[in-house]
Each structure stands twice: as C-alpha cells, then as structure tokens.
Design a protein around this ligand. Structure first.
Ligand code: ME8
Length: 670
C-alpha cells in the first residue's frame, strides 16, 4: 500500500528579534504531530521557516544599523538553532527571501492579476506595523491596536487591490461544509461571525517602503507581506512541481490565535484565485503567558527558550509545553511547573522504570533480555493498559496531544505499579517467574519508547538504546514474546532538579530602571467584584470581595454614593494590589480600587476585555511587587485623555487593551 502523505506547517516567524517562547511552543506541537504521523507510517512533510519582508523587519534592521538582508541573515541563525536545540524534525526551512519563494510570489501575483482579480487604486487608512495590516475603526480599541497597544499610522498610497470581496460567499460555504477546516470549533464560529460583515478588497502592495518583493511590472511597489508570506506554504514544497502535487493540500496549518483571520479568510481567497485547492485544516493554538502575564518586552518577562533548554534539557521543556498548555486555549508557562514535571513524570515515573528494569536484568541475567515464560493474569492486565492506538490517533487528529500524553503516562504509572506488585527483587528463587517479569518490563519499555518518541524524542531514543532496541512504528507498539537483545549499562534518563528555581518574576524586578519612576512602585491589577456588602460601621463605604486571578482580596471602597451594589457586582475593576493593608473603620482593606472623578461625577476604571489577575502597566515601566504606602501612591498623577487613563501621556493598559473610564479629559484618578 502506498504511504499516506501528511503535510504539516507552522507559521513562519518574523525574525525581527530572537525567537521567543511562542515560537518554541508552536514548533514543539507541530513537531509532535509530525513525529506522530511518522510513526503511524505516513510520508510526512513538515515545513517551517521565517517571514522576512515588510516594514517591521525593515525598521528592526534600520535600528541595528544593518541592511534588511544582512539583518535577517544573522537573525535566522537563531531560529534554525532553536529548531536544532528543540529537536524539531522539519523537512524544509523556508525563508521568504529565498529565490524559489520570491519567484512563486511574483508569478502568482501576476496570475491573479491576469484574471482581473487584482486592480490598481489608492489606499488611505490606518496601518499597524506590529500586525503588518490596515485596521478599521471597529478593530481599534480607544484608537489603539488591541494587539500592539499602539496608535496605527495614517497611510495613503497607491496600491494594488485584491478582490477579496469576490470570495466571501465561497469561503463561508467552505467553512460551513467542512467543519474540520477551522479548529477548534470556537474559532470557527468566531470567523463565521466576522464573515457576516461584508469583506473589503485587500491592499496587496506597498510603495511607502522598499523591503519586500518588487513587482517586476511596477517596480515602485513591493508585494504586501501577508500576500507574500502565506505563499510560503506552497513555495516551500516546490509549487508547481511534482513534490507540490504530492503533498498539497496541506493537512494541518498550525498557527496562533492572532493570525487566524489571515489563514482562514485571506489565504483561502488567494488559493481560490489561483485555482489551488484549500488546505484541510487550520488549527489555531492559544498563546503562552508567563506567570499569568502576556509576554512583552515592556514587562521584561520574555523568557528565552534557549535558556530553558540549556537549563533543563529539550525534552523536559517539550514535555511541559505539551502537558501544561491546553492546546485550545492560552496557558501559563512557569519554571516551577517545568521542574515539577521533570521530577515526577519524567525522572520518578519514566526514568525510574527504566533504571529499575536495567539494574535488575544486569544483576540477574548479565544484561541479557531473559526469555519470556508463562504469562499470568498480572501480565494480561498490564497488557490491557497499553493505550488503544485508535484512541490515541483520534486524539491526535483532533489536536488533543495533552490527552495523549496523559494516557501514555497513565500507562507508564501502571508499569511502575506492576513492578511494585510483582516485587521482582524477591523472585531470585523462582528464575522463570523473574525472567517473565523482567521480560515483560523490557517489552513495555520498548512500547513506551515508541509512544513517547513524538513528545520526547531524544529520551525515547535513549530508552530504546538502553534496552538494546530501536524505536519503532506505532504498529509495533504491542506486546510480543519475541524481543531479544542486551541491556546497556544503566544510565540516568532524567536528573532530578533539586535547586529552587529563580522566579521569572525576580528577573522582572531586576530589570527595574535605575532612575526609578514613581509609577514603577505601583502594582495595578485587574480584579472581578464577586460580592458587594455594606460596611458595618460607615454609611458611604462598601466592602468588596474580589477575585484577583490567583487570589481573593477584600477591599473597602467609598462608592456607595455613586454605584448601587448590583452595578458593581460582576464588574471588572483596576486596583492597587501592593498597597499596605489598612483598617478602614474596623474592616481590613487589602488594596484600593481605582476610580476617576470629574465635575463631581465618579466612575470606576474599566479594563475592557481583561481577565482577573491581569497586570496593568505603562509601556517601558516595570511594575514592582513590594508593598507601597499611600504616600507613594499619591506621588503618581494619573489622568484621562480620550476616555483613556494615562500617566505622563502614556496609556495604562493590560495586554488586551487600554484602561478606559467614562469621563472627559483631565479627570482625577484615585
Ligand atoms: O505572525 N504563544 O509571525 P510571529 C504562542 N510572520 N504562540 C505565539 C505567541 C505566544 N505567546 N506569540 C506568537 C507572524 N505566537 C507571521 C506569520 S505565517 C504565513 C506568517 C505565534 O513571529 C503566533 O501566533 O509574530 C504565530 O503563529 C507564530 O508564533 C509566529 O508569530
């Protein structure tokens, strides 16, 4: 039977800075899927790479005093190095500056134009360089891009337009008829909802900067970076050669939630315009947060994945990303979890199973795998605990690798229970039974080495080598009585990490600016009001119970004259989380809720779409966590402009957008 093909891609990363945790995460999950299909026996093609054109790269290159080409040539070394260090088994690394790619991009641009689907016009609009896209007023929050929290620039330029609007109905129809096209389902619904609004034609060329693929027939234009970038998925497999025909359509585009629109609306439209079939699935994963906060340079909490690999090893790092970050949602990364996973699931459960088995075989059988004798109920039960391959395949097909990991580790734990139940160290006077028990363990370790290879490839290969085997295919992941070989001298698979890890938070604190800004003393957070009660001893005060993410707080607030309890209950607010607790008329207040006042009107601050526990910050100022006094707080002057709360003319924000308040300019915030 010919092998089934499986073509998987990651997004191609912007190399404007070194790779971050999000890049590492996406590569690890795509690699796990690619490896899973490899052991399933599929002919896998796995594409990753870098997205090197556009204004964002041009600006980063300028800032470092290099030409964009020189800059990206240097930067991509870090991206390739990350793949190597993480053991990412890509088949091809595509750079959008590669000739084969730029040639395809120009050819297809021309093809779409010849079909009358690209025309020349003038574009005026608001452009966000962070997103490399124009923004509509509706997409902005209080005038800022919600992803980059910066005001977009007004641009007006001659541009070629792609008739995106022509494809709206076809795309809706495709999404409706192919439930597997956009996963997870919640994202599919989001996109279908957005598609209820009419699509506007898309500006697909730029004249205001130079760093891009020039249009040969109109050289002052370069191709819009997204039109260029998306085409990597076909240029990377050699469009239009035989290789392309073999692997296209793509089985899974793995991308993050911020770029789903480009992949599920714009990309299909480009493909339809080029008469190329649509990919099977676009899977959108969530974003990684660090200790509960969005990674951001201004917060100083960007974790370098290479540092994690240096410190803990690639497999422990891969494992925690696969186990702890829910595939369909945002998830938090912390070094504490990594250490805990390393010490329990990896060192205690897996490493120990291998170690015990190897030592006992060396002690009793000179390192030779013993011949299996008569199997008892105990062995049958253990065999029954091997995860069902159909179930694992179905979980992988629905992008639920965390459940695959759970099932495999339940099985590993079951193997450890078998060791404890059979007590092979007490069987020296029953050599046949001892042989059977130790054979059984080797056989299960062989199966474990197959099943764990997609997640922790280097360790799986070490397990196989330790028991004198090669890692096999999924079809070999079943109990047989035929395994032979010699066990190597026992090696430690995972070292336990004893040291208390340095909190990422502490590095945030270390990066506090030397000349300290008074605002940096202030640690503002978002909370949800869960309960509103009257203060027992004061007419104007409420006692509020807050959900502040990982903790509960009680606050006393003078809001009774301004809000009814039902107007406050359930509301998201901003509060000073590190204010020294104080007794206010006999009730402890653990922090202070912020509100604005103008012309006698008082309104609480509104953090928009944030979550309880989110950090509120000002670009460039790192908030500290030590307690502050009310006097420190009074030194910080906050006010309002365009309904946004500002400090020294900069907006206060969470990673989801600015903090707003329904008051005119110049309100007093306390
Ligand atoms: O968007 N957690 O590049 P990029 C998880 N060049 N994933 C994250 C993340 C986080 N905190 N932050 C970013 C681009 N990502 C374009 C793609 S594809 C034709 C062009 C993910 O370097 C992000 O969602 O900004 C995206 O899938 C990938 O990292 C690259 O992001």
């Amino acid at each position: 039977m010919p092998k089934q093909k499986y073509y998987i891609t990651t997004a191609i990363d912007y190399p404007n800075a070194k790779p971050h945790m999000g890049h590492a995460y996406e590569k690890v999950i795509a690699d796990t899927l690619a490896r899973w299909h490899t052991i399933k026996g599929d002919d896998v093609f796995f594409l990753t790479g870098t997205d090197e054109h556009g204004q964002k790269i041009e600006k980063a290159a300028q800032a470092s005093g290099k030409s964009p080409k020189q800059f990206t040539d240097e930067m991509i070394i870090h991206f390739k190095n990350l793949c190597e260090r993480l053991n990412v088994s890509y088949s091809e690394f595509i750079r959008t500056t590669d000739k084969r790619h730029t040639k395809t991009a120009v050819e297809l641009f021309k093809k779409v134009m010849d079909k009358g689907l690209i025309y020349k016009g003038t574009y005026s609009g608001l452009y966000c360089t962070g997103c490399e896209s124009f923004k509509t007023d509706k997409e902005l929050q209080a005038g800022l891009c919600p992803d980059h929290l910066k005001a977009p620039e007004q641009l007006s330029e001659e541009s070629y337009f792609f008739k995106l609007s022509e494809f709206q109905q076809k795309i809706i129809q495709h999404i409706e008829q192919h439930p597997e096209f956009i996963q997870p389902e919640a994202k599919r619904n989001e996109i279908l909802n957005r598609l209820k609004e009419p699509l506007k034609d898309l500006s697909v060329s730029r004249t205001s900067f130079k760093w891009g693929i020039p249009l040969p027939f109109d050289k002052k234009h370069v191709i819009y970076v997204w039109f260029d970038a998306l085409l990597n998925y076909i240029s990377g497999i050699g469009y239009p050669t035989r290789k392309f025909n073999k692997y296209w359509p793509c089985d899974a585009h793995i991308i993050g939630k911020d770029i789903i629109w480009f992949h599920t609306v714009i990309w299909p439209a480009i493909l339809l315009a080029c008469d190329i079939p649509l990919p099977k699935t676009v899977f959108s994963h969530g974003h990684i947060t660090i200790n509960g906060q969005k990674m951001s340079k201004s917060l100083g909490n960007v974790v370098d994945p290479i540092e994690m690999i240096d410190k803990y090893g690639a497999d422990a790092f891969r494992f925690v990303l696969l186990k702890d970050i829910p595939p369909h949602d945002d998830g938090d990364f912390s070094q504490e979890n990594l250490v805990a996973r390393n010490n329990t699931e990896l060192a205690d459960a897996l490493g120990n199973l291998l170690q015990r088995t190897s030592v006992l075989i060396h002690k009793n059988f000179q390192g030779n795998i013993p011949v299996c004798g008569k199997l008892t109920q105990k062995e049958k039960e253990l065999e029954d605990s091997i995860p069902k391959l159909d179930e694992l395949n179905a979980l992988m097909d629905s992008f639920q690798w965390h459940h695959v990991v759970e099932k495999i580790w339940a099985y590993i734990n079951r193997c450890n229970k078998y060791v404890n139940d059979t007590e092979p160290w007490k069987l020296s006077n029953d050599p046949e039974r001892l042989a059977t028990v130790l054979y059984t363990l080797v056989e299960h370790l062989r199966i474990i080495s197959i099943l764990t290879w997609p997640m922790i490839p280097a360790s799986a290969e070490k397990i196989a080598a330790q028991i004198g085997q090669k890692t096999g295919k999924l079809k070999d992941a079943k109990f047989t009585k035929k395994t032979k070989g010699t066990i190597a001298q026992p090696q430690i698979l995972f070292k336990k990490i004893e040291t208390k890890v340095q909190q990422v938070q502490s590095s945030v604190e270390q990066k506090a600016p030397a000349a300290e800004d008074p605002f940096s003393k202030l640690n503002l957070k978002v909370a949800k009001i869960e309960e509103v009660q009257n203060h027992p001893n004061a007419d104007k005060l409420y006692v509020l119970k807050l959900n502040a993410g990982k903790e509960q707080r009680q606050l006393v607030a003078g809001m009774k004259e301004h809000y009814k309890p039902e107007e406050l209950k359930g509301r998201l607010i901003v509060f000073v989380s590190n204010l020294k607790p104080a007794q206010l008329r006999g009730v402890e207040s653990q922090g202070m809720m912020l509100a604005g006042e103008k012309d006698g009107k008082v309104r609480v601050l509104d953090p928009g779409k944030a979550e309880p526990g989110d950090q509120v910050y000002v670009e460039g100022i790192t908030p500290r966590t030590e307690q502050m006094t009310i006097e420190d707080f009074q030194k910080v002057v906050l006010t309002t402009k365009n309904h946004i709360v500002i400090y020294n003319d900069k907006p206060l924000k969470t990673h989801n957008g600015p903090i707003q308040v329904e008051l005119g300019d110049g309100a007093k915030i306390r």
